[in-house]
Design a protein around this ligand. Sequence first.
Ligand code: NAG
Ligand code: NAG
Ligand code: NAG
Length: 364
Amino acid sequence: MCTLLLTLVLLSLRSGLAQSSTQEAYIIQYFERRIHQLEERLITCEQNSLRLDQKINDVSAEVRSRLAGLGMHRTEMATWVESVAMRVERVERDVEYLESKIPNQPHVEVQEALIEQQIAEAQKQKVKFTIGTDCSTVLTSVKSLKIVKKADDIYGSWLKDPTKGSSKIYVFTGNKNDTLLEFQSLKGVAEERATQVNKIQLPFPWQGTGHTVYDGFVYYHKADTTNQILKVHLRNRTVNDSTLLPGAGRLPVYALTTHTFLDLAVDELGLWVIYADPESRNAESAFMICGTLYVVYNSRHGGRSSVECLYDIHDAVRSLESPMLFFPKRYTSHYSLHYHPKDKLLYGWDDGYQTIYKLDLKSL
Ligand SMILES: *[C@@H]1O[C@H](CO)[C@@H](O)[C@H](O)[C@H]1NC(C)=O
Ligand SMILES: *[C@@H]1O[C@H](CO)[C@@H](O)[C@H](O)[C@H]1NC(C)=O
Ligand SMILES: *[C@@H]1O[C@H](CO)[C@@H](O)[C@H](O)[C@H]1NC(C)=O
């Protein structure tokens, strides 16, 4: 087993995928899972309805205390949680009914119909909250690679805007600069025609290779600060928001990529900041897929990069199912890796080569 010394923090900047909705989505997912478990147990409730009742009471109390402590950002979310609480109460009543009337076999079919109805109701409401739902994939292999171009600088970062429908590519050359390049498409990067490039000068320079772009904003570690992250509007070129991450940024995130102190990552669930607690052994980069952190290791002399250490916020990926994965081919070292959730591709800066990796993912 590897010793993982990275910490994940959800960035509290408001965006299409902001912290609040992601956390709420987890809570909803959590409750849904719990309730589905309970409902399944209801079907076979002839076994032990007393214990089940106790468990439902627990969940019900949890829902209520969460409701009190949440400080909802969206009223619709509050309504949703309320309806979850209502469902729990309904199930509770059903259990009570079953306990008193039918402690043994009979009316299970009736109960099933009721459960189906409840699930159908839940499905209807679920549509509103797509973030975080249906996200239970794991990486099974890094399949192939395609080298798109070679830059002058061995350090850098490039990525495709993960916003729906965008084909724009952003290139950040070097560890510290204030000018990034925006290309209309991947083709533009390969051909490097001057007409297809938009030079964007940021109000403050960046530090490292951990930047990300989402929905018209670039998020990056402001140079010469320990842990300040800026959100800059790409058209306006003005700072839209900024945040400090106390405790972060004192060490390089990855031992082999020493200029990067904060690494930002976008996945299906939201925007993340990856930073090191104590320095992590021979890590060169990392990326997030579906709430799971994949850490990429190499040797100091460069070698075949491997994906070794997983940290899964949902506990969905069991360590047994996560054998060591290797990158297909390498140049020297990955100074940045950015995952594109829709295309299931990794954009790597491999010792100056802009490389795209195709990923194989498996649904759990
Ligand atoms: C910043 O980037 C621009 C464009 O890539 C480049 O021309 C310039 O030399 C860089 N500046 C520094 C200080 O590296
Ligand atoms: C763009 O700049 C204007 C002021 O120049 C500001 O009012 C507006 O909120 C900015 N938009 C974004 C998205 O930051
Ligand atoms: C930030 O961007 C949002 C639009 O996404 C805009 O409404 C807001 O005014 C901007 N804030 C600042 C300080 O520019």
